[in-house]
Design a protein around this ligand. Sequence first.
Ligand SMILES: *Cc1c(COP(=O)(O)O)cnc(C)c1O
Length: 351
Amino acid sequence: MNINDLLRENIKSMKAYASARSEFAGQASVWLDANEHPFGSAAGPGLNRYPDPSQKKLKQRIGNMKNIDADHIFLGNGSDEPIDLLIRAFCEPARDHIIILPPTYGMYKVAADLNNVAVKQVGLSDNFDLNIPQILSFADKYTKLLFVCSPNNPTGNLAGRDQLVALLRSFNGIVVVDEAYIDFATPGSSMLPLLGQHSNLVILQTFSKAWTMAGLRLGIAFASRDIVEVLHKIKPPYNVNELTQQHVLEVLNKEHIIAGWANEIIALRRMLERELAMLSCVKRIFPSEANFLLVQVSDAEAIYAFLLKKRIVVRNRSGEAGCSNCLRITVGTTAENALLVQALKEFSRIK
Ligand SMILES: *Cc1c(COP(=O)(O)O)cnc(C)c1O
């Protein structure tokens, strides 16, 4: 697939902003090119300087860890940034559209709405699997992007690999696979190994979930060089700040700790699942490959409100397609999960 054929005309012809640090990034001792403050920073060492706009060190480290060349990596201010940039790069407002597969993550539609790009919705099946023939029947030459969340938020299940490959082969646009929760999933579930075979595949991952750094805002898009180049051209020049680059570089040395914590969360999820299953107000727990459970309850509104009174916040997903009376519950610590179960027992007793 030729990515250029999918791009918006104005994006093809525009030139990227040339920042001071992108024009000269070599060695020097006197930096008078970027209007930075020369005294140093009141916020901390080196913070008077703009960060590396191409995040070279960070990409190198991530590339080493994932066994992928740095030029297949785009880094964003959270993965919400590449979601927005992909829509802006490929979808002509008021003409092109995207396909999403509800129930799913809300940001795809928000980003499309913001950009005046229409959204076609193809519901997942009863088991929350992809409905391939229906997806393909909704696609036409104006369908530029298809967003697949795997493991899916809020349902927790993985998209089938064979189904995704079928889509990559048959869909004449870009397939964005959002793997925000992949570090909690069965090992080997990531689509990353398929990157080299499909020029229309974009994989989103994030440091916000298993990597414990939601506050730092760092997301990754893995893609073909052509797509990465486009995202680079249109991103805000200094989209990943210096503190984020430094902190994430440090945490990348603690991969084993992060992996251990992910395993602990999975164990806690299984324990929570067993305890919830014994409650009379719980009707169904959907299988999860993530750090949350989608739980169908007797009365989501009432239980949500009851939990709030106990100062426990979960997510009421009842309004989403196929999620009637469903709460999405994030796996917490042992103590937090116990408080939740205790509150739900109390609810079951008084109902
Ligand atoms: C949490 C989440 C993200 C992460 O977004 P960031 O901007 O990287 O924090 C992305 N996709 C899905 C489906 C999520 O649930």
